[in-house]
Ligand binder design. Sequence first.
Ligand code: SF4
Length: 527
Amino acid sequence: MSPPPDNFYADWRPRFGVGNVLRDENDPPPEHLLQAIWRHQRLRRDRLQTADGKSVRVLHPGFVSVEGGPDFRGAVIQIGDAAPCSGDVEIDLRVNGWRAHGHDRNPDFKNVLLHVVWDNVGVHALASAKPPAQPGSACPIHRRTIPQRGIELQPLPPTLVVNDKLDAPIAELGLWLENESPRVLPENLRGQCCVVLRELDETRQGRILDSAARVRFQAKAGLFRARARHAGWEQALWEGLFRALGYKHNIWPMQNLAELRPRWTRGADPAFALQARLFGISGLLPVELPRAQAGSDGYLRRIWDCWWRERDEFSDCILPRAVWKFHGLRPANHPQRRLALAAHWLAAGNLIQKLERWCASSIGEGRCDGDAGISRTATRPSSQALVDSLRKILEVERDEFWSWHWTFRSARLKKPQPLLGDARVTDLAVNVILPWLWTRAAEGKNGRLQRVIEHRYAVWPQAEDNSILKLARQRLLGVGRSRALRSASAQQGLIQITRDFCAHSNAVCENCRFPELARSWSANPET
Ligand code: SF4
């Protein structure tokens, strides 16, 4: 689209290279533009056909994947006469990208329904004996490591070539889509419940979220109760804490370590000795430091000296390093650092007593009047006071090594960094500490304490944002931010709705009862 001659601003853009996504008209567009075209379906949708001539009906293009793997997850697509299927979509500029990027060797790509490509250049090369990318090397485009040998090859999914199916010239699409954030869900891809929820005022939205959050809280509490029956309350708490320290990537190796706690805590009191055992058993102890850090490896050497003497005793329970996931981890969430922190908690030996005292004390929450309970209109300072008070219990004043390093291999930091930030304190509170304390209070028939804990859960400030919440906010509430999501419990409620309803439906909300339930509740919210 040429700019109108009298529009000086439009004239600046090509002259100064602003928004010039296509340097040469014969070049394929950048992959992010092709992804935006797919996401917004800027295609002549009635003409879509696979390379082998089957019609393609896109019922939903899927949701942008933010955690690696195929570009779009949960698309709903009908190919030829087959029934519509839910699965993933991978976008590549060229058809040979399937092999060149190692997708054929990556099990994450086994649910790809459709391979969307710009043109069919390379299709013949793909059919010929072109060697696949070297296993173990990094894919130059996606910067993901191509898995090692021994993994089943994923067959090439049906291919859809789109360069002749655009609904407008590529330069015009580039102008429209270049500023599109891939994180913003287009209006027409929102969930069917979005209309209903958006019509509710903030209070009613909040009531739905709070009710869902209570279900989630009680489910977590039930998990602790069940585990405590077999392993005791203390062990159930430690397993919860370790799982939470594993964040989403490393929950299971952390759980495994926590299950072995009675064994590896025996006879190792100082934090340093516990760190040595935990690093050794976890399989996270590096064999050697790179040469550049040879001068600062005293800590690692001492850890090795300590672990060396005990290794045989624990040889049957050492985890293989391969069970840990490091892709996409922030340095502060590295499991080595989390284990160092847990070792301090265990060495102190009084964490549980401190948590119980914290639970029984009043922290700017006003009064709790017996059966009348506590008003839920807590002020912001009291919410932050809760976080501060719990952080004081959980934080470690200083660790000789881990206050100064993100991992064993990282260089010494200029300033010491805390082993625990507010975001992790909130995760631990909402997912572990409050549900554990609440279910203990319930077992002890202490209704007053239960209400104190429920109040803390209800007013705890919001947790760190994540990709699940971002998508849920846009899909269900139709907003990037929401006042109804100011607390961690409201966020938990939203996650619970997605688990209960979205996870049992598909991207087009097939057979989902939530819109109908929300609509009928909103007509009579006192029921
Ligand atoms: S599946 Fe149900 S809850 Fe999820 S977005 Fe669709 S209508 Fe809403």
